[in-house]
Design a protein. Structure first.
Ligand code: FES
Length: 60
């Protein structure tokens, strides 16, 4: 499922980036790690939720 249309980022990429970050980091850092830059910003809330979800799963 596409999360960010502007950067063609899918959910699994965002989840993987959040896991690789190894902790809670800003969504801008997550996008940066994917060589992406937020443009319209419509995806940011959804992407943040995905990252928060991964962070919660990592904490058990
Ligand atoms: S949809 Fe992600 S920046 Fe536009």
């Amino acid at each position: 499922m596409i999360v960010c249309v502007c950067n063609a980022l899918n959910e699994s990429s965002v989840r993987q980036a959040a896991q690789n970050a190894g902790g809670r980091v800003s969504i801008l850092k997550i996008y940066e790690s994917l060589d992406a830059t937020p443009q319209c910003g419509k995806c940011l809330c959804h992407a943040r939720n995905i990252c928060d979800d991964e962070h919660r799963l990592a904490q058990g």
